[in-house]
Design a protein. Sequence first.
Length: 145
Amino acid sequence: MTKEIYKFKGMKKITVVCGLIFDSKGLILITRRSGGTHPGEWEFPGGKLEDGESEKDCLHREIHEELSISIANETRYFELMHNLPEFTAHLIFYTCDYLAGEIFLQVHDLYRWVEIKDLLNYDFLKSDVDIIKKLTVDFKKNDIN
């Protein structure tokens, strides 16, 4: 069951926790949706927060379910609200490190490890564009990637 934050003007709101997963070279993991809504668009892996679940528990569960890998060093990075016709998504992004496991795709059809500066070359979900812009600015300031 999805955790509803609250309702505003009859609009359901859900919380989605996403991982900005970095490998040891500073590359970030992106995944391409294979079906459902927005097939063929790229996104950061993650999913809906369930009732009674912490954000970090959700992040670990979703990453393991979607990719069969483990992550570490999760740090809350940014959050935003994205309005869709059927609901409003409260997106929470965590930076984290790839820890272990071979990627085995469950709900996506493709993945890539890419440099932050190249993220906008991919057709991302509209909800992820603001986080990509923030990553680009923040990591450019820090001369990372």
